[in-house]
Design a protein around this ligand. Structure first.
Ligand code: SAH
Ligand code: SF4
Length: 387
């Protein structure tokens, strides 16, 4: 008989499952706590549940993690896991410790159908959406593994960012129950401000998220105008910048934070020039949107044909935004030595979308910066991986 993986459920889902077994809601709450707060997977261990319930669970349910294919630990404490999700697909999750914070970067899909130019997941194409249980399993495993590994009794993961492989808002129905489990006080009890969904801009789903489960929102902007963003983030052709910013404005009415974070991946000679910073300032001023910018130094991978902006240019760009009154941070790259940095998560994807061919056909964006004073175009310096 096939059993149900209880990681598929948020508390309401688990209560509905328990009701079918003839059990009251408070039993579901107890079970939920055993699973998520204590990391239990063996029903026999759950001693405060009636024996009759434990027996019913043993024949109808299971708590099943994803098999770990590899685990890499960086010298900076970052840990990356590669999880097997079957049929030759594998996804990654990354734990990033920083002071008293522990952030888990979680994947939502095996691959990604958006196909951004600068993202190695995008280059791999798309295989399938993860199930709720597969999203939640990344947190369940990481939290309970880390408590043992770091010899801690208290919570290790304080923040979750949906910034691993995949576009979370293209897997909405599986995402939301997983977010609810992250937020639930009977499970991980994370505050809405500490759970971030990062999106390339799926406008209708931004509205739905605001209505169903508002959490912190990060939007991958990467360009200040539509022609450039069309090229870098193909979803822009469907939901152009003006529509995206309007959706961000609407989201702010529900958001746990009073700003949207715009992520901006700094690509040498592509989107990192003073005029791009100026256009961003105008965009923010004209829409009046409350936002912060997070500049991400591009993490190169060979197939992209793109280079990381030199650090002085990143700093000059940050200064131009800051001088205009926009709060701007530059993201520190973590886990470089284990390819765990943003956009390097590749896993294994049995692509069903011919991404490599699509990418090869795409128009090539300008790769070399036009230097402010030079009349000739000088080639960008080579960028080596890591710092
Ligand atoms: N699909 C979602 C979330 C996953 S990507 C999104 O696009 O927002 C998480 C972040 O990493 C995004 O801001 C993305 O643009 C950025 N990113 C992707 N590839 C990158 C790379 N090679 N270097 C730096 N950042 C990258
Ligand atoms: Fe997908 Fe995000 Fe990568 Fe774009 S940046 S391809 S949306 S995972």
């Amino acid at each position: 008989m096939t059993t149900v993986n209880l990681l598929e459920f948020d508390l309401d889902g688990l209560a509905a499952f328990c009701e079918k077994l003839g059990e009251k809601r408070f039993r579901a709450t107890q079970l939920f706590r055993w699973i998520h707060q204590r990391g239990a997977s063996d029903f026999a261990q759950m001693t405060d549940l009636a024996k009759s319930l434990r027996e019913k669970l043993a024949t109808t349910a299971r708590v099943e993690a994803l098999p770990v294919i590899t685990q890499h630990e960086s010298t900076d404490g970052t840990i990356k896991w590669l999880f097997d999700v079957g049929d030759g697909n594998a996804v990654e999750a990354v734990f990033i410790p920083e002071g008293d914070r522990g952030t888990l970067c979680v994947s939502s899909q095996a691959g990604c159908a958006v196909g951004c130019r600068f993202c190695s997941t995008g280059h791999q194409g798309f295989s399938r959406n993860l199930r709720t249980g597969e999203i939640t399993a990344q947190l369940w495993f990481a939290e309970h593994f880390l408590r043992q590994h770091l010899k801690r009794d208290d919570r290790v993961i304080s923040n979750v960012v949906m910034m691993g492989m995949g576009e979370p808002l293209q897997n909405y129905s599986a995402l939301v129950p997983s977010l609810r489990t992250m937020l639930d006080d009977n499970a991980y009890g994370l505050s809405r401000r500490r759970v971030t969904v990062s999106t390339s801009g799926v406008v209708p789903m931004i509205d739905r998220l605001g209505a169903d489960c508002p959490v912190a929102l990060a939007v991958s902007l990467h360009a200040p105008n539509d022609p450039l963003r069309d090229d870098l983030v193909p979803l822009n052709r469907k939901y152009p910048i003006a529509e995206l910013l309007e959706a961000c404005q609407r989201y702010l009415a529900h958001a746990p934070r009073d700003f949207i974070t715009f992520e901006y991946c700094m690509l040498d000679g592509v989107n990192d020039q003073p005029e791009h910073a100026q256009q961003l300032v105008e965009l923010v001023r004209s829409t009046g949107i409350s936002c912060k910018f997070n500049l991400i130094p591009f993490n190169p991978f060979p197939a992209s044909g793109l280079l990381r902006s030199p650090q002085p240019r990143v700093l000059a760009f940050a200064k131009a935004l800051s001088d205009a009154g926009i709060v701007t941070t530059v993201r520190k790259t973590r886990g470089d030595d284990i390819d765990a940095a943003c956009g390097q998560l590749a896993g294994d994807v049995k692509d069903r979308t011919h991404a490599a061919e699509r990418m090869a056909q795409r128009r090539t964006v300008v790769l070399h910066p036009v230097r402010a004073t030079a009349s000739k175009v000088s080639p960008a310096p080579p960028v080596t991986q890591g710092h």
